[in-house]
Design a protein around this ligand. Structure first.
Ligand code: SOE
Length: 372
């Protein structure tokens, strides 16, 4: 029986577009997805840029009008990889056209937009998924298994830190991620949102936050030259969080941590033990068990075929990378599209994440704890 095909339209072709295109190309070579993706058309605002990107990314066609692309009857899936200021319009158009939708994080630039997107996909009855790729690092999936098996006991703490250093230089230009109108927020929505998603995935819902935002460099050179512009987003975002299940914790996202390149780390402490994950050592998971054989943390190399997703790749010790988290995400998205179910995190998770971001901003402004 020939496997069903899914015709893919990719909206956006820069960093996330490249990561997703790579995953759409790779998934069928290593897994048995329920349908075979066909890289039909990649869409971008810059005609020259998207025309050059199409062959490199493996797409048969390129286009500049997303409305026209998402309405095409031959398109089954729309993958949104643009900056946050266009997620709403692309998702509304794709939902209206009855397409399954994968959207990069954060879902939107504010809560009303995120809620409108969730309402639209529910109204249209289409499959929807939010790309928080780090959930599908094998070590993170293993952490989830350990927690759910009770290996850590009752969870008391989640401590997430997501640190980068790419804008520590005050002369680094004011790119779109540093503009509220484009990105919605700074480190808060760009990287702390990942930590918040992992907190929700591994520990549970968050009910209260106390937030602190800071912008260290208030203006920067404009990327296209011709002067300088104000930075109206946070350079760093911190939050104390209280979970529904009684755990407490902290989440930090900063782009001002020299030496930390993509240091997405979490430590979870429970009544029977602790675990530590660090994306910069993403094939390892550290565990400490109270009733373990010795007094220290052990490092587990998460590359055995019994570990999540690993069997499709390489023998033990032949480690995986950042790009594989996207392949695992797109594998599960394809399964969802074929089954007609929205894989987690879906747009409802996206709205919950967006409400956390907004509550952290409100708390910073009011200097008061905020319920979510
Ligand atoms: C830049 O901070 C960035 O590319 C984020 O936008 C991604 O979500 C993160 O995974 C890596 O860093």
């Amino acid at each position: 029986m020939t496997r069903r095909e899914l015709n893919v339209a990719l909206i956006g072709y820069q960093f996330m577009g490249r990561a997703h295109a790579n995953a759409w190309r790779q998934v069928g070579a290593f897994f048995e997805p329920a349908a075979t993706p066909v890289l039909k058309v990649v869409c971008g605002r810059n005609a020259e840029g998207v025309a050059a990107a199409a062959p490199r990314l493996g797409f048969a066609e390129h286009a500049v009008d997303f409305e026209e692309v998402v309405a095409r009857p031959d398109i089954d899936v729309v993958d949104v990889c643009t900056p946050g200021d266009s997620h709403l319009e692309v998702v509304l158009a794709a939902a209206r056209a009855g397409k399954a939708i994968l959207c990069e994080k954060p879902l939107a630039n504010n809560v009303p937009q995120a809620e409108a997107m969730l309402a639209a996909v529910r109204e249209a009855g289409v499959v929807h998924m939010l790309c928080h790729n780090y959930r599908r690092a094998p070590a993170v999936q293993l952490a989830k298994r350990w927690i759910e098996s009770g290996r850590l006991g009752r969870i008391h703490h989640f401590r997430g830190t997501y640190l980068q250093d790419w804008i520590v230089d005050p002369e680094f230009p004011r790119v779109w991620r540093l503009e509220k109108s484009r990105a919605g927020s700074g480190a808060l929505g760009d990287i702390a949102s990942h930590s918040l998603d992992l907190a929700r995935f591994l520990v549970g819902e968050i009910t209260e936050v106390s937030g602190l935002l800071e912008t260290f460099v208030a203006e920067r050179p404009l990327p296209e030259g011709g002067g300088r512009g104000a930075v109206d987003v946070d350079d760093a975002a911190l939050a104390l969080v209280r979970f529904e299940n009684g755990a407490i914790g902290s989440v930090e996202g900063s782009r001002f941590a020299p030496g930390r390149k993509n240091h997405n780390r979490f430590e979870i402490n429970g009544s029977r033990g602790s675990l530590v994950f660090d994306l910069e050592r993403m094939n390892e998971l550290q565990i400490y068990e109270e009733d373990g054989p010795d007094s220290g943390f052990r490092t587990v190399l998460v590359t055995e075929e019994s570990h999540p997703y690993v069997a499709a790749w390489w023998p033990p010790g032949h480690i995986l990378g950042y790009e594989h988290t996207f392949t695992h995400t797109i594998l599960d998205f394809i399964e969802g599209v074929v089954a007609g179910t929205s894989p987690a995190p879906d747009f409802e998770d996206g709205v919950r994440n967006q409400r956390l971001l907004a509550a952290i901003e409100r708390s910073h402004e009011t200097r008061r704890w905020q319920s979510v």
